[in-house]
Design a protein around this ligand. Sequence first.
Ligand SMILES: [Fe+2]
Length: 137
Amino acid sequence: MTVVDWDDSFSVGNAEIDADHQRIIALLNELHDACAAAAPQAIVLRLFATLDDAIGAHFRREEEILAENGYAEVEAQRVEHRLLRDSFATLRQHLPASDRPAAAERVRDFLLGWFMSHVLDEDMQFRSVFRPGIATS
Ligand SMILES: [Fe+2]
């Protein structure tokens, strides 16, 4: 079962960034399935680590591509990226022992909410860099 599906309207017009976003969607769907199946904590924690790696790699790539393309707001992106990774790290560290399934679901919901705003709001701001003539949303 998927909690979010890739849609062409998510495309920012750069193949590498779109591929990263698709990879993160696949991992979020895996996390959703793990939560729905009340998977063992070790599996959920491994998925969190995989997601953190994928998100970190994505942010580095996105910042590099934006800097190469002269995007003026790259520093603001860096700040947003750092804040997200800090929040995710804090959530992961505070998974309460007595409330693991619900805590895992809260982390899933946090990541889902972040991802949708990251792609549909923040990243759409630089779509015009790759697709001249297309208005940002
Ligand atoms: Fe992104």
